[in-house]
Write a protein that binds this ligand. Sequence first.
Ligand SMILES: [Zn+2]
Length: 247
Amino acid sequence: MKRCNYCRREKPLSAYAEHKGRLRATCEECRPKKNAVNTKYAHGSTGTQTRAEYWKSPTGKTVRKKFNSSNAGKKSRKKWADSEKGHEYRIVKNERLAHKTATNPGLNLNLRLVASFNGILNGQKTCTLLERTSFTSCPDVRKHFEELLEGSGMTISDHGPKWWVGHRIPRVYFDHTNPADVKACWSKANMFPQSKQSNKDDTYFLTKENCLAVGAANFPASWNQTMPSENEMAALFAKAHAGELWV
Ligand SMILES: [Zn+2]
């Protein structure tokens, strides 16, 4: 006999399934119920927010960074990308994105600006979109990044393999249908050369230090020139992760 950790009843060993060479702690009758409860919690607002806060916390950041750069992390990403599900997901994701950008002028401009800055940093000479940003010309863009790269051991030609365009306040928090927000998002104060890895790891991260570095003048208009509290930052981060902010 063995006590189930869900219904707390003593049940014969045959009521338990084997997993990784041991009997499960939950009986097979309870397991679907337990899974449903866990799933419901995880998909609900409390679970979603708790997770978002965890991944934003120093512990969560360290754990994710460590996993992402570990062999297990690389393997798991590759496995997912190569799997039928991963492949299907990419198709759906691309279709969704195409639909979104076709029907969403803000996101469309946002993504075109990403492509433009990448082009400029890779040598593109002209860009008609720059007049919507706080930059005056392509050389102005390169000069900004060159200055910030000084002393880092990286140069402008390492753009792509080593560093990416980083936004201290991520793009997702700016309303790209508002010209003032576009100028603020794509301002010198908000843009810096960021190591490729932290650019990937820090998606949607909001920190007080970064907000201070940007300055209230270049905050998203919806913040009313006020730094969000820690709770507000966590809520914004959760919203960003839920895909509610891209406009
Ligand atoms: Zn049970």
